[in-house]
Each structure stands twice: as C-alpha cells, then as structure tokens.
Write a protein that binds this ligand. Structure first.
Ligand code: GDP
Length: 380
C-alpha cells in the first residue's frame, strides 16, 4: 500500500510509456545489470515500487506505460503528495507524441497535488541518435512541452531536460543531478568538498553513493563527463577486486589483509592498493540481496561488517594523475583526482580526508538511519 507520509524520505518517481526504458534504467543503475541484458527484460505491467536504502533512502516507482494519472485505479493525491522528483522517460528513438500527451496530463495532475515537485524529463535511448538529432530531438520535445504548459496556464512549472542512455554514463549523470536537488544538505557538502580540494591540492572530488554510482555532491570546479566516468569506473574496479579477495568469499581466512594487484592494459599502468577490510567488499552481495527488506540486514552480520570506513584505494595512472578513493561510511565514498606531485605528501591528504569525513558524518547523523544498502521490490 502507498505510504502517504513516506517516512520523511524523498521520493523519486520514474514514469513513462511502456518500453520507454524504465526497468532498464533501474536495473542498470541499481542492480548492475549490463545494458545488453536489458534487451530481454519483460515489460512492466504492474506498478512496482523499489525502495533503495542507501546514503539517503529513496523510492523509485515504475509505472507501466499505460497508466494515466487520471485513471481511477490509483490516487494521484497519495502518489504525488510526498514526491520530491518526477522523472519522466521518453523514448527518443520512437514517435513521442503519445509520450508527450501522457507527460502533460501527469505534470498537470502532479502539479495540482504538489507544486513543489521537480519535473525531470529524460530524453532516453539517445545512443541511437546522431549528434545533430540529439540536439534537435531535445529541442523539439522541450519546445512542445513548454508550449503546451503555457497553453494550459502552467507556465510557472519548471521542467528540466536530459539526454540519457543506459549505454554510457549519461543516465547516471542525469540521475545524479536529479538526486542532488533532493539532498537538502547539498550546499554544506559542496562547501566541505571545496575546502578539501583547496587544502589538499585535489583537482576534482566526487562524493558517490557506492551502490548506484550516483554522485550526490562534487566540488565547484568545472569537469567533463570523462572525469566523472573515470571516477565512477574506479568504484567498479575496487568492487571487482573486492569481490575477488572478499573475506566472505574466501574459503579460508589465510588471505592477506592487504592485496596489491598491478594491471597493465593499453599502455595504462595502474596500481591498485586496496585495504582488505575495505568498505566496498561484498558490495555485490548487498545488491544480490535485493528482495529482502531492512530486517534482513540485521541477520547478515558478515555483510554489514564489509561496509566500513576503512575502505580505500589508490590508482596511479601513467599520465601523472592519482585516483584516490576513500570510503566515508557504508554508503558513501569520496573519489578524488590528484596530480602526482601534489600526492607526494599523502599524509596530508589522508589527514584532511579524515577531517572531511567527520564533518560529513556529522551532517548526516541527525537524520540518517544507518542501514545497509538494500532494495525491496513490492508489487502494489
Ligand atoms: P519499460 O517498459 O519502460 O520498463 O522499458 P524496458 O526497460 O523494458 O525497455 C524496453 C527496451 O528498451 C529494452 O529492449 C531495452 O533494452 C531498451 N532500452 C532501454 N534503455 C535503452 C537505451 O538507453 N538505449 C537503447 N538503445 N535501448 C534502451
């Protein structure tokens, strides 16, 4: 059943026509499904609710495409009342007229119930369009929606647009932007990251939610998608190495506490040094546990032990850049890009990171229930 109070958590709704790509986004972002596997996903036929218990708890509602907000089988009041963001997915490779008309009626219904919702439109499956078509399609959709809203007297409604695809990081990037609007601590976190960057000569720093690789804050220096990709790839690298050396998977306890692996590929020399108690260990188990509810976590002592703030990794790229990852708590990790010469005094960076971590933990302590990363799928 719908929980109109939502426990004070921000709720993120994912809506759109059937086959728009909603389930694929959920699977790729939260369940580490590879984009190609989504080809075999069955289309959503019921309203599904996925609770993601991460650094901040949020809910994703996956509506089957045919659901119309005026349909009386569900009540817009209870759905939209506590919604923070409504993400509407449009298949940009298809004729989107029908999607647009569903979008108008949804925005209208939602705005009527709760004018504070942020409306986000993902112009999705952008990978199939040429660069020109991407721009043209987004512009066309944007234009038609704006016109329609003005005609309906809803000119105060603000809608944001993103070109997305599950085949690259654009969908993570877009969800990061959406999530950041819901994180009320954002200005404080950005400030802390700025301080960390200036005191430690860090070029760029992201605070990631490890489960989804959504970043919830970054410092204010400019960056490109490639930098973000590099940093989020680092989380995957650490998770993969973690999965190999995870204490819980090892048949005996004779594995060394710290493992070092050297990998060479296409001229890129990387040195991974991973604290064996690393907070990222067992991440996969956390995801695989989807389907259980919060209470499951308490029983799984092993898993919760894997998420601790000792997790860290340093990767040296052969272009003089260091990738520096430190776990902040069980859900959040800092990934920073540092020039090699600035990293000579690693002790200083480590020290500043510890101060940063204390401040972040303090920011979240008041309203964070420190539960393990899990998700629950509930048919409504
Ligand atoms: P839903 O009914 O909205 O949940 O849609 P699905 O998630 O089942 O996706 C429908 C189809 O779209 C699947 O075959 C996916 O592989 C495909 N799809 C989803 N996202 C993308 C994307 O970003 N690019 C491309 N090319 N195909 C996608």
């Amino acid at each position: 059943p719908l929980d109109p109070t939502n426990g004070g958590r921000p709720r993120l709704l994912l809506m759109g026509l059937r086959r728009a790509g909603k389930s694929s986004i959920l699977r790729v972002v939260f369940h580490k499904m590879s984009p190609n596997e989504t080809l075999f996903l069955e289309s959503t036929s019921k309203v599904f609710r996925t609770d993601v218990f991460s650094f901040i708890d949020f809910e994703v509602w996956d509506f089957p495409g045919t659901t119309d907000p005026r349909d009386e089988t569900w009540d817009p009041e209870s759905v939209f009342r506590r919604t923070g963001a409504l993400v509407f997915i449009i298949d940009a490779q298809d004729d989107y007229s029908e999607a647009l008309s569903l979008l108008y009626s949804t925005v209208e219904a939602a705005y009527h119930v709760n004018p504070r919702i942020s409306f986000e439109v993902f112009v999705h499956k952008a990978d199939g369009l040429s660069d020109d078509m991407k721009v043209e399609t987004q512009r066309d959709i944007q234009h038609r929606i704006t016109e329609e809203l003005i005609d309906a007297g809803l000119d105060t409604v603000h809608v944001s647009f993103y070109l997305t695809s599950i085949y690259d990081r654009s969908v993570f990037e877009a969800l990061s932007k959406v999530m950041q609007k819901l994180v009320k601590e954002l200005p404080t976190l950005e400030n802390l990251l700025n301080i960390l960057c200036s005191t430690s000569a860090v070029e760029k720093a992201f605070l990631f939610d490890v489960l989804s690789k959504i970043y919830i804050a970054t410092d204010s220096s400019p960056y490109d998608l490639q930098t973000y990709e590099l940093c989020s790839d680092m989380i995957d690298v650490v998770i993969d190495i973690g999965a190999i050396y995870s204490a819980s998977r090892a048949p005996t306890s004779t594995l060394p506490r710290t493992s070092t692996a050297v990998a060479r590929s296409s001229g890129l020399s990387q040195r991974y040094q991973v604290g064996h108690k690393g907070g990222l260990w067992g991440h996969e188990q956390g995801v695989a546990n989807a389907g259980t509810d919060r209470s499951g976590e308490k029983e799984d002592g092993d898993e919760s032990r894997m998420y601790d703030e000792e997790g860290q990794a340093v990767i040296r790229l052969n272009n003089g850049t260091i990738l520096y990852l430190r776990q902040v708590d069980r859900h959040l990790a800092l990934v920073a890009l540092i020039r090699e010469d600035s990293f000579e005094r690693q002790g200083l960076v480590d020290f500043n990171f510890r101060v940063f971590r204390e401040a972040v933990v303090e920011v979240f302590t008041k309203d964070q229930d420190d539960t393990a990363v899990q998700s629950r799928r509930t048919a409504v």
